[in-house]
Design a protein around this ligand. Sequence first.
Ligand code: GLA
Ligand code: ZN
Length: 686
Amino acid sequence: MKYSDKVSKIVYGGDYNPEQWTEDIWEEDMRLLKLAGIDILTLNVFNWATLQPSEEEYRFDKLDKIMDLVREHGFFVCLATSTGAHPAWMARKYPDILRVEFNGMKRKFGGRHNSCPNSPTYQKYSVELARRLAERYQSYENIVAWHVSNEFGGECYCENCEKAFRLWLKEKYGTLEELNRAWNTTFWGHTFYDWEEIVLPNLLSEHFEHDRTQFQGISLDYRRFNSESLRKNFQAEYEVIKKVTPHIPITTNFMGSYKPLDYKDWANYLDFISWDNYPANEDSPAQIAFQHDLMRGIKGGKPFVLMEQTPSVSNWLSYNALKRPNVMRLLSYQAVAHGADGVMFFQMRRSVGACEKLHGAVIDHAGHKNTRVYREVQALGEELKGIGENTLGATAKNSVALYFDWDNWWAIEYSAGPSRELKYKDEVMNYYEALHRQNIPVDIIGPEDELTPYKIVIAPTLYMTKNGYEEKLKRFVEAGGTFVTTFFSGIVEKHDLVVTGGYPGPLRELLGIWVEESDALPPDMENEFIYEGEAYPAKLLCDISHLEGAGALAVYEKDFYKGTPALTAHSYGRGRAYYVGTRSSEEFYTNFLKKLCEEQGIKPLAAPVANVEVTKRINEMGSFLFFLNHAGESREICMEQDGVELLTNRAVTKGERITMQAKDVRIIKLERKDNVQTQASMRLKD
Ligand code: GLA
Ligand code: ZN
């Protein structure tokens, strides 16, 4: 999908909050933003108190002026609904809108992202505001997207949520008998005889820390319920807006791998994905790349929009380091390289008060354009104009899929045992990074996605299998696919109840092994295994397995389970299923996945060069190879095909060596040899 039919280039802009400023500043903003190559403004993100000063009164005069002003100056608008923070009067008059925290504390007015999702007041007035905005501004042709609320998130433990949770459970389980079974409530005598006996799982009940519960079943269901409650808030606004402006796409800004919300589920209800990229100082390029791939993956590979990033500096880290010269440009292109059709910032002009006054902005407190940040923004604006519609709508065609599932994430990390060190994302990242280092591009997929487009499917710590996923995997391997999973897989079904009869439960037949026990190693202990003549460490968990058809590719070298399989492969139909029974090192993942890719005939996009990231996007205009030099020094890359450098229009030839300066970017547009079928059969833009 293209961001909107109205745009014919990568949209460039971001959050603009003129309501924080006197009107004399606005004209100057228009001038400076235009000059910087900005073409889209996200308006009205936190404006509810101005728009609705009291229960009876709505006032749009200021927003009208702003909307007219930006239209006159030819900007596109991404119009937000302002429902990410409620007005003070509303909190005072209707305390049901205030959340209750995990520890049972009822909040007062303050902060943002602060409304209870099950508050009747919030539900009524948020939708009412969205409806009025849609009706009022429907004729503004420059609105290219709706931005519902802002960064939905958090959770609430109030009485309304508790009541709604009981209804949700009734709907889900039908009877208390079924609920008692699913939660295994005979344990510690927790049997429920009346729905009213069920209370929310928090510090007052089943939890002793935020992520540590004594009853996984109820805690897992609460997470699902909370994600759905917030999603319903989004949907309610979506529906009223859609009725009025059916042609304008609607989104809300996600936060990458944000644990509390099942974005894979949410993605079904958004017209396009947008997300906010705020890496911490220490985040690696691969970690950021993973987030982009995840955001592309949740919507089946469709392009997304980078809704926010700071042009220079954040305000909420412990140490808010500046983005070094050219890093903003590099990170912007990294987003595009992974599928973004929009590059946007928070924010256009720096606030003078409250907690974001020291957050980076296109226009700084100095108020003019003679700043490093402004110059960098302007230079990128120029370049994006030059790229035009080239990369719009382009997608990736990858052979490797990495499975990622929020339910699995929640369940693994609620699990008491086997190791507190076991973190789902860490395990997924071990595999992602190994592929990333080798320029093997990856699609992140979820439980509902088809496996047929792929040659390799990797599902690290597939602890929870649900809805017959094992059958899908079997069909995939039977047909010639390579499947990889790891320790702590096939343990539970969707309620977090163990599948008895021997681990890895439903995956046992496919993997051809039986895992009898699992040994958790403290961080300072290691076992070892030898794979293809090299010794590698075995860390975190060591599964002790028996072969039931699979062959051992490596065995443990130490301890009482010395000689038992650490790594197995099972031929199944025309394919193979691998089980990595332990966590190992970077070198192991790299070598192991390299071998599997070779076996499946999957080639890197380009020969790996340290810290140079490579991605590819394809549309009917061509295919685009992105080279991103994340290193602090120059790097040499070698062209493996003829093409044209998109940013300079310079022809490059096969075999040519190009020196990339530190933090530089090269986009090579390739002649499409595989291009013949494009127009009619692909239609990637739709
Ligand atoms: C988030 C929010 C923005 C702003 C930025 C600051 O992403 O959506 O409103 O607060 O953080 O980094
Ligand atoms: Zn609540």
